[in-house]
Design a protein around this ligand. Structure first.
Ligand SMILES: Cc1ncc(COP(=O)(O)O)c(C=O)c1O
Length: 439
């Protein structure tokens, strides 16, 4: 082994942690996020990046190790329909190929292909938002949209309200910009935000409220009244209302209601994309749609396009494919939803039959978020629960605290996208695991 590599290995063992965090990091959790691990002789990296975590993918590293020991793993951790056999329809694939073969291989306009912006505006207008093509910006997935929005609104010490539990990158991007994520409670049984809790957490440092409906990881879907309440609070308190509607086509019980239908002239920003409903996760297309009726969004609308120009553009062939997915036949979406509805019903029923677990019925998306009774005492916490389940039964889920310490702890997330036989086997293994650890 070369001297350099050997050196690195021993440095690895000698990782030293030194507390060093900005003033905005007030809680121990915040401080540990910013705490930088220093490898002697290794070049410096920023403190903020050193603390980034992404529970959903980080857990896969542990699964690989278990797999190497020869155990079969049931992957119930990743919310990607395409990895479970669902594929974009043929007309969409052909639109991509057509672009590739007919010269559509250059830098697209930074804000997005005009025809696609129009089609997106038409989709969002049909959901009730006051929007035209000029109000839309195409991004590399909702992930990039979120990065751009948070970079545009958050400064050191600013607070952003997130639904508890939340999709983890919301907190990561807020922290990366020096902000502080603050969780507000959701009532999972009623599928609604706890408005009193949310209002009690607004401070002079609050800059935005984020909502995710349908929600990852809980499957909660907000109704019109809840959305209207949130819109009123955001307008009156001068806060951005950032609404992630990436699962808008995946609801099971009630028809989806978009925030646009109650947005009026409030500072509402909708984030959406093609990864879930349109089965194009690997193609990385998403968008931002601003409420065109909101004067409070003027500043961000003028400045955010600079970020779009700095990163040049989103892939042009993928934008043609996204355009086709909006304009072409839509039946594939209802077929997809019908299949996963059966899986949701099955998984939720099985989880609720297992002693020590209880699970609210998810109303949208493709996740169940069961609560583990007496989790801390019996397992030492939800992270340990997930690790033991993985190591003893080979079922990979995600620990609830990865979706927010406050409201996610004591839960775990199950993706119900796999086929029925995989789900049957996984549910039986989870049942066995809990029965074996019933004390
Ligand atoms: C709520 C939510 N928003 C955004 C994303 C990521 O979206 P994209 O693939 O468009 O970056 C996910 C993926 O799991 C998600 O659950």
């Amino acid at each position: 082994m070369s001297k350099g590599l050997g050196g690195l290995r021993s440095l690895d063992l000698a990782v030293r942690s030194r507390p060093h965090y900005p003033d905005c990091a007030t809680s121990p959790k915040e401080q540990s996020f910013y705490m930088c691990k220093y490898l002697p002789n290794s070049l410096k990296i920023s403190k903020r990046v050193a603390g980034v975590e992404y529970a959903i993918r980080d857990i896969v590293l542990a699964a690989r190790k278990v797999q190497q020991s020869g155990m079969k793993i049931e992957y119930l951790n990743i919310g990607d329909p395409v990895q479970f056999g669902f594929q974009p329809p043929e007309n969409v694939v052909q639109a991509l190929i057509h672009s590739l073969k007919n010269g559509g291989n250059y830098y697209a306009p930074s804000e997005g292909l005009p025809e696609l912006r129009e089609a997106i505006a038409a989709k969002e207008a049909a959901k009730g938002l006051s929007v035209d093509a000029e109000d839309v910006m195409v991004t590399n997935g909702v992930s990039e949209a979120l990065d751009m929005i948070i970079s545009s609104v958050v400064e050191d010490g600013d607070e952003v309200l997130l639904p508890g539990p939340y999709y983890p990158p919301y907190a990561s991007y807020v922290r990366l910009r020096g902000g502080v994520p603050v969780e507000f409670a959701m009532d999972m049984e009623r599928s609604a935000p706890d408005i009193d809790d949310l209002v009690s957490k607004i401070t002079p440092r609050t800059v935005a409220i984020c909502i995710i409906s349908p929600n990852n990881p809980s499957g909660v879907v907000f109704d019109k009244k809840s959305l209207a309440d949130l819109v009123t609070i955001a307008s009156e308190r001068n806060l951005y209302l950032i609404c992630d509607e990436i699962y808008d086509g995946i609801t099971f019980d009630d028809e989806f209601v978009g925030v646009g239908s109650v947005a009026s002239s409030a500072p509402v920003i909708v984030l959406n994309g093609f990864s879930k409903v349109h089965l194009m996760s690997g193609w990385r297309i998403g968008y931002i749609a601003f409420n065109g009726a909101s004067p409070q969004l003027q500043n961000i609308r003028e400045n955010l396009p600079k970020l779009a120009r700095v990163r040049i553009a989103t892939s042009l062939p993928m934008q043609y494919a996204a355009l086709e997915s909006l304009r072409g036949p839509q039946e594939y979406i209802s077929e997809f939803v019908a299949k996963i509805r059966r899986r949701r019903d099955y998984v939720t029923a099985r989880l609720n039959e297992i002693p020590g677990l209880s699970c609210a019925m998810p109303r949208g998306a493709f996740y169940a978020f069961p609560r583990i009774e007496d989790c801390k005492r019996r397992f030492g916490g939800d992270r340990q629960f997930v690790m033991s389940l993985l190591e003893s039964e080979g079922v990979l889920t995600v620990h609830g605290s990865g979706f927010g310490e406050r409201y996610g702890s004591g839960h775990f997330r199950v993706v119900y996208l796999p086929d029925m036989s995989t789900l049957e086997s996984a549910m039986s293994k989870i049942e066995k695991f809990l029965l074996n650890n019933s004390k």
